[in-house]
Write a protein that binds this ligand. Structure first.
Ligand code: SF4
Ligand code: SF4
Ligand code: SF4
Length: 297
């Protein structure tokens, strides 16, 4: 008897229900330090002019086609949110006093990534330089990473026969060639810059100290949700929640993903059965891919 994607996902949904019933973890999780070779990005909203050059460069760097967006009778490459074709987006937000600001969104490359903890078969991993990457040869499309990510970053290519998880991988392919991420290379205002994590954090602190009237008095990502390798500075009067970022506190987020795994292992679903189901789905997907056919649920 075959096990299809729907059956496997149903089993995992049951595990998710067990998670909800199981409540929060017993122990607080200690923050993870940045890896010694960590790199990152610093986005300074006071410098961004919303030109979206970085959005185009991100497409080019990742060989992703323009997204056809219908607006007012014309077709534009103007996505309104991150999705299966867009790893980087610029949006405009308004603060409480009517001030507006641009905001760049992409994966935050968390120090303790909830997506990595949620992925039971290691398709998402924190690798060299602390960059969080996705391995399509392992992914079985369960989308637990989407549920776990507090920033709603991983997207799914629903329109593909073999769907993929899509997110910023900090242009690791370019970094391996000695280049910097596409978005950081092209920004005409240096509103987003790339560098060693420690240097970027020092730079952000320096900017706050030198120009306290220019900035909201906090570096987002220094500690939020356990810390992120993408750091943010915002305009004075515009908080990070005004920019659409969640108020996470300093506690690392991955308790949720740990609980997903614990729920699955608590005898609710025997791990062996779960893995056989998932392995079968992978095998069927690979076979369908080789034959150029879509698996029917
Ligand atoms: S922002 Fe989301 S997808 Fe990116 S590393 Fe953190 S948890 Fe994972
Ligand atoms: S680092 Fe690369 S993938 Fe990430 S937002 Fe910038 S250009 Fe896009
Ligand atoms: S290229 Fe730079 S200035 Fe233009 S939207 Fe992107 S971050 Fe902002």
């Amino acid at each position: 008897m075959g096990v299809d994607r729907r059956t496997a996902l149903k089993g995992m949904a049951v595990a998710g229900a067990a998670l909800l019933a199981s409540g929060p973890g017993d122990q607080a999780r200690e923050p993870h330090p940045a890896p010694s070779d960590a790199v990152g990005m610093l986005y300074d909203a006071t410098l961004c002019i919303g030109c979206k050059t970085c959005v185009v460069a991100c497409r080019e760097a990742n060989h992703m086609p323009p997204e056809r967006t219908a607006l007012g009778g014309g077709i534009y490459d103007s996505p309104i949110s991150l999705d299966g074709q867009t790893r980087n987006i610029i949006k405009a937000y308004e603060g409480a006093d009517g001030k507006s600001s641009y905001m760049k969104s992409q994966c935050m490359h968390c120090l303790d990534p909830a997506c990595v903890g949620a992925c039971m078969i290691g398709a998402l991993q924190k690798r060299e330089h602390g960059i969080v990457t996705w391995d399509g040869s392992r992914c079985i499309g369960c989308r637990y990473c989407q549920v776990a990510c507090p920033y709603l970053i991983p997207k799914f290519t629903w329109d593909k026969a073999i769907p993929k998880i899509v997110k910023c991988e900090m242009c690791s392919q370019r970094i391996a060639e000695g280049k910097i991420p596409g978005c950081c290379e092209v920004c005409p205002r240096s509103a987003v810059i790339f560098g060693k994590y420690d240097d970027l954090l020092a730079e952000a602190k320096n900017r706050l100290k030198k120009n306290p009237d220019r900035y909201y008095p906090k570096i987002f990502g220094e500690k939020d949700g356990g810390g992120t390798q993408v750091l943010y500075l915002s305009k004075a009067g515009i908080s990070f929640t005004d920019l659409g970022l969640p108020a996470l506190g300093d506690t690392p987020v991955p308790e949720l993903s740990q609980e997903i795994q614990h729920a699955a292992y608590k005898g609710f679903i025997a791990p062996a059965v779960l893995y056989v189901a998932l392995g079968t789905v992978i095998w069927r997907n690979k076979r369908a891919e080789a034959q150029g056919k879509e698996e029917k649920p």
